[in-house]
Design a protein around this ligand. Sequence first.
Ligand SMILES: [Zn+2]
Length: 281
Amino acid sequence: MIQNTGKIELPEGKSIALTLTFDFDSSSVWMSSFGKTSPAYMSRGEYGACVAVPRILDLLDEYGLKTTFFVPGHTLETFPEAVEEILARGHEVGHHGYVHEDPTDLTADEEERILVRGLESLDKMGIRPLGYRSPGFDFSINTLALLEKYGFVYDSSLMGNDFYPYHPAPVHVNFDKANEYDPPSPVVEFPLSWYLDDFPHAEFVQFRTGMKPQSQIFEIWKTSLDYGLAHEKDALLDVAMHPQVSGRPHMITILEEFIQYALDKGAWIAPFREVLKRTEF
Ligand SMILES: [Zn+2]
């Protein structure tokens, strides 16, 4: 299979596109992905909405940056003031499930119902999302068709490239059809990877992950950006973060350092809705 990749027509004088995206899960990630509903876990979501989001919005304003927040319906309904502030500051909001459901755990009907429920929550705040990010960065075999059915223009959940958008064409898992592919989807994929995500490096989940020094993820971000600048052309680096992770003092400090480093290297930092306008196939 030859991957159908696109490239980014960068603004004059810019060296690489960079998306600094936030998955504003608040409590939903603990409730759904980790099965935790105790007050301390809920308070970590509250921290994201009440402390981290305002702090991150102020940092982005300081550098005149706009970005994309992916927000589950449950977060929209629990913390509407935070989402209103995100919109008021000019950022983009995309779909991120209803209560952070992993699509691979769902039947086709359940997945569609949840997708629609998330859309309804967004619609109540006047948001018609262009893009989707799967909670947990995974698709079921039905996800792509559902995104097409409900008119999503782009997705940012898959991991088929480092630096270039592409039209996904899923590989069959049926071994008898191992060399057959579905036709490429009209949906534009802005790929990401777990390596560039703050959560597995930094967020402590008892006996599982996190507690790594913040310098570790800074090195991965910086090294990836440097590789893109040295070896790729008209490329995009997609960094995924979470307010309740990257809003912590030690993390937002390295985020600011990374913003300064990237701007110094001529990066164009933009929301997906702007990158989309400059994506060519
Ligand atoms: Zn999430």
